[in-house]
Write a protein that binds this ligand. Structure first.
Ligand code: SAM
Ligand code: SF4
Length: 366
């Protein structure tokens, strides 16, 4: 079956997903153009902002790919103060970002749970409930997720990293802290508690083939997720996975494959939110705008206070590490216009899919 016929189908099979992910030249252009049309028809041209604060690189885990893993003794550890986090939230609110994301290394402790719960309540207070809040704080107990939900978080992003258990085990130590089933159960718990639930994978990892990525897309469809954040894997020299760098595809190919994953996912799940990952920008300065052109509808500007940005080094050449939030905002405005998008200022930009899935009424203006 030719690519034209595949793109007209309502439901895509694994082999067809693989064909799309392997597409080149004119076929790739057709894929991108179909994904762009679907996004415009389903969601319009609005792009929503989530102001991101990477508030700590202290992590209890040891994922083999990540520069801030616990065993990397070269990382300078930091923890942004509560006041600085609230300041960043105020910045997001005052600049009409609509939503705020708190991300960090993974810690599981009563003190950490209390801290986040307190911050959530304060952010709701300072924004009179107007700032939408997404969390990306890894695996936690049901009780913790529940407390954070009740304190005001309404979206949660937990990447499955790879939905193939055998691959997952190659990227993580074999212990109870890095258990595939536990991560999966967390995703189900988040959905069950009422969060808009997001997942994602890294693209272009060693040992990963297009067929694995097709399975990742089918996993997202089967899980019926509301949001996806996925981007290229970028190696970091102080991590165990770095030893396999010779097996990686060239970085530009990883970038193109990530765009094809976004476009294919948009065709598969027409009404979900898809984020343009920062890692895309690390490879190509216009990476996020290119992602918006082929199906993404969420941009996550980094508003972490400047002096900490260098230390949240998950991978090499992280972009915008020297910028202050004000500079980021003006630069993004221009860029989104380049990609024919319009920024949905002051709106939460919730996942349409979530409302269809749960039959709730969409809340466009907060
Ligand atoms: N600690 C939480 C967790 O792991 O879910 C949230 C923060 S973690 C840094 C966020 C994401 O960064 C991970 O889900 C992973 O996909 C991504 N990441 C880590 N190392 C990376 C790398 N070398 N290249 C690209 N993405 C990476
Ligand atoms: Fe920690 Fe997340 Fe990095 Fe894993 S990916 S080491 S959990 S910060």
């Amino acid at each position: 079956m030719g690519i034209g016929e595949i793109l007209e189908k309502d439901n895509l099979e694994r082999s067809e997903l693989i064909t799309l992910l392997n597409s080149e030249g004119e076929d790739k252009k057709l894929l991108f153009s179909r994904a762009s049309d679907i996004k415009l028809a389903e969601l319009g041209n609005k792009v929503y902002f989530r102001g991101l604060v990477e508030f700590s690189n202290i992590c209890g885990k040891d994922c083999y790919y990540c520069g801030i893993r616990k065993s990397n003794k070269k990382t300078h550890r930091y923890n942004v103060t509560d006041d600085q986090i609230l300041e960043a939230a105020r910045f997001a609110h005052e600049n009409n970002y609509g939503s705020f994301v708190m991300q960090a290394g993974e810690l599981e402790s009563p003190a950490f749970t209390n801290r986040i719960e307190h911050l959530l309540k304060e952010i709701k207070k300072l924004s009179s409930g107007k700032l939408g809040i997404t969390l990306s704080l890894g695996e936690q107990s049901r009780e913790t997720y529940k407390r954070w939900f009740e304190a005001g978080a309404h979206r949660y992003l937990l990447r499955i990293e790879s939905s193939t258990p055998e691959l997952y085990h190659r990227y993580h130590p074999e212990d109870s802290l890095h258990d595939f089933q536990k991560r999966l159960d967390c995703l189900y718990t988040l959905q069950d508690l009422g969060y808009q639930t997001g997942t994602g994978v890294m693209i272009g990892l060693p040992f990963q083939h297009t067929a694995h990525l097709a399975d990742d897309l089918l996993f997202m469809q089967k899980m019926d997720v509301d949001m996806v954040g996925m981007g290229p894997y970028i190696e970091h020299q102080d991590t165990p996975l770095f030893q396999f760098r010779d097996q990686l595809m060239p970085i530009q190919e990883r970038f193109e494959l990530a765009l094809k994953m976004i476009a294919t996912l948009r065709i598969l799940m027409k009404d979900i939110n898809i984020a343009a990952a920062t890692a895309l920008q690390a490879i190509d300065p216009l990476g996020r705008e290119k992602a918006v052109k082929v199906g993404a509808n969420i941009i996550i500007p980094n508003i972490t206070p400047g002096k900490y940005r260098n230390d949240y080094a998950l991978y090499e050449n992280k972009p915008c590490v020297d910028e202050e939030p004000e500079e980021c905002k003006s630069c993004l405005d221009v860029r989104i216009q380049l990609a024919d998008g319009e920024i949905g200022y002051g709106q939460w930009g919730d996942s349409k899919h979530f409302y269809r899935r749960t039959e709730k009424t969409i809340n466009y203006e907060n």
